[in-house]
Design a protein around this ligand. Structure first.
Ligand SMILES: Nc1ncnc2c1ncn2[C@@H]1O[C@H](COP(=O)(O)OP(=O)(O)OP(=O)(O)O)[C@@H](O)[C@H]1O
Length: 231
């Protein structure tokens, strides 16, 4: 369970986030949508203790994220390319993250083999540094690294952005497989309403930092969101 409790974030006088309460049960696939600047990345950054909230606290499996690092052992995330070590090749990076996650090189190789289709021959074995990969291919590497070591919580900020259509479809499959046994909690933000409604059982809409909708996904959700954002 992830508990977001009276979280707010101010920069100077500008309040960019103000969320009263969101409980995300273990195993839920949770989608966060909202226009540019709505506060999605800010919320994920607070959840990952990358920025401190002005008020409130977030707990991840009963661990207050800015009081202990324990949650890092079971949480995988990819927010942006700053998560990559760009002077490494993808193979070196995966070995490094794998090592942090208690995986040896053979474990890492076995794990990566499941992503051959997702990588589409563009990530491993190319003798390129991460910094020389395209934006989309960097994202693929970051997403896969976030899944290493069987995380119980996975947080992905705009994972579909910059990916080609084939890879977006493959990523949806990966996310659905992750969540099908309802043990892994997956949080995804997206501007793509079709993808997010397809992979998430719950959608929260942020507007100017506040929750304006909290929807259990149904067949009507995509239309509801489209009409909301069309206004
Ligand atoms: N370091 C900062 N200083 C001042 N304002 C900031 C800072 N970081 C973020 N903001 C502001 O906080 C607000 C929320 O930004 P955030 O990146 O969380 O939005 P978002 O919903 O992820 O947007 P997008 O869809 O464009 O990625 C924006 O108005 C942004 O300008």
């Amino acid at each position: 369970m992830i508990t977001i409790d009276t979280i707010s974030k101010k920069y100077g006088k500008a309040e960019v986030l103000n969320v009263e309460k969101i409980d995300i049960p273990t195993g839920q696939s949770f989608g966060l949508v909202g226009n540019n600047g709505a506060g999605k990345t800010t919320l994920f950054n607070i959840l990952l203790d990358l920025i401190r909230p002005t008020t409130g606290k977030i707990s991840n499996h009963n661990i207050v994220v800015n009081e202990s690092e324990e949650w890092k052992n079971f949480t995988g995330s990819f927010i942006d390319e700053s998560f990559l070590i760009t002077y490494l090749t993808p193979e070196e990076y995966f070995d490094f993250i794998g090592d942090l996650r208690g995986m040896n090189k053979a474990d890492v190789a076995k794990f990566l083999s499941k992503f051959d289709e997702f990588f589409n021959g563009e990530i491993v074995g190319k003798k390129k540094y991460l910094r020389d990969l395209s934006k989309g291919n960097q994202k693929k590497a970051g997403i896969v690294a976030a899944l290493m070591g069987n995380p119980q919580v996975v947080i992905l900020d705009e994972p579909f952005a910059n990916l080609d259509p084939t890879t977006q479809i493959r990523l949806k499959k990966i996310i659905k497989e992750l969540t099908e046994n309802r043990e892994i909690t997956v949080l995804v933000s997206s501007h793509d309403l079709t993808h997010v409604t397809e992979v998430c059982e719950r959608i929260v809409v942020l507007d100017k930092g506040a929750v304006v909708k909290d929807i259990e996904t149904s067949e009507a959700t995509l239309k509801e969101l489209e009409s909301y954002f069309a206004l």
